[in-house]
Design a protein around this ligand. Structure first.
Ligand code: MLT
Length: 270
């Protein structure tokens, strides 16, 4: 078993790709419509440990010959290792929600890798004690007899009112992804997210083009969260996507792809 995460390259080969990190508890398929819009750009999508085609955290730990503590830092280190192994030394990294937490951990631990950063429907702040306790509860449910049913209620929070009212196709697609989420991945990722620190300072130290984006109907990552990250960054575009909730890239992929394209273009300017 390899100690690398599973990745897919899309579009032309390029030394500075756009790397997309998915939300919890999904996998790289959530970017399919965005990637289709970015056909001419070099894009890499990858799966977090325990999701999609990536090895489970236990398999990764065995391959690395050391324990893999549930943390966004471990996830960011695995992303950095995977990219370097694929010949990528510099990339524009964008993540949605949990993917954004991983991008923030990359900014803290591997800033030399970042040519730009995209923070979508996410926040730099750490969890409150109440949220942490909820994550532990869901992790225990998922690892126990409930399995993926532990995350089924997320369907009400991750999509906006517009999608729930007008997009039954999107609702069914996301419901299917939640039902198919791997229980060990759910448990590891919930424990990892619960331990993450506030990472606003990592953004203050970063001097690369940035995008902060949120769906206007996102009930999980607030406008205040987005503005706090934007205020910490030097060269930032702040975008609010109408008619989208927390999974903006799934609900309004064209707007999200256009914002990611602008970010990639800004990172290419000399
Ligand atoms: C996600 O979409 O990745 C999750 O909502 C992240 C979280 O639980 O904080």
């Amino acid at each position: 078993m390899s100690a690398r995460l599973s990745l897919t390259r899309h579009g032309p080969d390029d030394p500075m790709p756009l790397v997309l990190l998915h939300a919890f508890p999904l996998d790289r398929r959530m970017w399919d419509d965005v990637v289709a819009d970015l056909g001419d750009l070099p894009v890499i999508t990858l799966d977090a440990a325990g999701f999609g085609d990536s090895p489970s955290p236990r398999e990764l730990a065995e391959a690395l010959n050391r324990p893999l503590k549930p943390s966004l830092s471990s996830y960011a280190d695995a992303v950095a290792l995977t990219l370097r192994d694929a010949g990528v030394d510099r990339a524009v990294v964008a993540g949605l929600s949990m993917g954004g937490y991983a991008a923030l951990a990359l900014a803290e631990r591997h800033p030399e890798l970042l040519a730009g950063i995209g923070l979508l429907d996410t926040r730099a702040a750490a969890d409150t004690d109440t949220v942490r306790a909820h994550r532990t509860h869901v992790a225990e449910q998922a690892a126990g007899s409930m399995g993926a049913r532990a995350v089924a209620p997320m369907i009400d929070q991750v999509l906006g009112g517009t999608s729930h009212a007008e997009r039954p196709d999107v609702v069914e697609k996301v419901r299917g992804w939640l039902a198919g989420a791997p229980p060990s991945g759910i448990a590891w990722a919930q424990r990892a997210m619960a331990t993450r620190p506030d990472r606003l300072a990592a953004l203050e130290r970063l001097d690369v083009p940035a995008l902060v984006l949120r769906g206007a109907e996102d009930a999980q990552s607030t406008q205040e969260d987005a503005e706090a990250m934007a205020a910490a960054l030097r060269d930032v575009e702040l975008v609010v996507v109408p008619r989208a909730g927390h999974l903006s890239a799934v609900e309004q992929p064209h707007e999200v792809a256009a914002a990611l394209r602008r970010l990639h273009e800004r990172c290419r300017r000399p």
